[in-house]
Design a protein around this ligand. Sequence first.
Ligand code: KE4
Length: 420
Amino acid sequence: MNFDRSVALIERARKTIPGGVNSPVRAFRSVGGTPIFIAKGEGPRLIDEDGNSYLDYIGSWGPLILGHRPACVIEALREVLEIGTSFGAPTEREVLLAEAVRDAFPSMEMVRLVNSGTEAAMSALRVARGFTGRDLAIKFEGCYHGHVDSLLVKAGSGLATLGLSDSAGVPAAFAATTISVPYNDLAAVEAAFHRHPGQIACIMLEVVAGNMGCVPPAPGFLAGLRELCTRNGTLLIFDEVMTGFRLAYGGAQELYGIKPDMTALGKIIGGGLPIAAYGGSTEVMMHVAPEGPIYQAGTLSGNPLAVSAGLAMLRYLKAHPEVYTKIEALSARLCANPPAGITVNRVGSMFTWFFTTEPVTDYASAKKSDAKRFGQFFHWMLERGVYLAPSQFEAAFMSAAHTEADIDYTAEQAHAFFVQ
Ligand code: KE4
């Protein structure tokens, strides 16, 4: 494959954009090589600036459950362009989208639309703190909730201790409001409650983790968190930015049957345009301005352009439940009979091939993977027209635009890597 234009473009891009990218993972730093610049997306495929074609298993990091440029979204965008793009004033469309979200996620009696998953998680955290009057939050190592200052923390020295900044520019005082514990470790959560009685506003988690690679909740983990939160007056916040509308139309909370106090949504809810949302019970959400004292705002929140794309996406998914059975079957087909030396974690259409022989149940076990060998695998696949996430610690996503032939080609190329 020829990557000349991407090579030239990244050199040029680095002069005006840090790393030449608008989000760090796109820079290929953990797999090496040159990030490819995309010219076009169509169905399950991406075409780069050198004309190379790839089967896309990132799907813009989750939003594109129907593949690139689905007709329902494109048609909705054409229609809304006739009336405008943003008004900074209420419109009927955003009421329709809020109602569609509430119908899909009954725990979200009230919904506030925002523009990114980061905003959704940040706002839900603020509401939990404002509603409970408490400052501390529990998160899990390896889970990512956007670049929210106080959630960019790594575990403190011992279990259940206050977090330490995981990014420059985050004051230690902010990080110290977050307790970071191992995913799937209920005992560590209980220890945190014992150590900080009456001080914990919320627990926030990815219900199925995708940001350390795909890691499902252990049996009983979610129910245990639910019980601990109820017992301690702490809000349970499900970050479903990745899993919402993907693992089921009602997200992971439908799949696992656990009702959170608040939910953050993103990605699919926008149909590929910038929309996200957070919400919860009426009792909690009536604390949000202008109804209550917790402030949150946004110039483009609920803009008709993005809302129209999101509405079209959700309406299509609701009317076509067969999308979920298709992407489940395609993902199962791709992950069946993994090569020796690989641990595959999959939940529905989210999956990760970990380069380790040990089970991956949390961040510590995920980090035992051979990231260098994953990098070699990534480039082997890229050269053969398969575009995987450029990091061992990301989930891959299937779309309904992929076909069995696409899957069989992908599997064939993947298996060939292990016998070369
Ligand atoms: P955004 O602010 O990027 O829209 O959403 C942040 C976020 C929140 N919660 C979860 C569970 C997420 O997965 C994300 C963002 N996901 C990453 C993928 N690992 C986005 C890719 C990127 O950062 O470029």
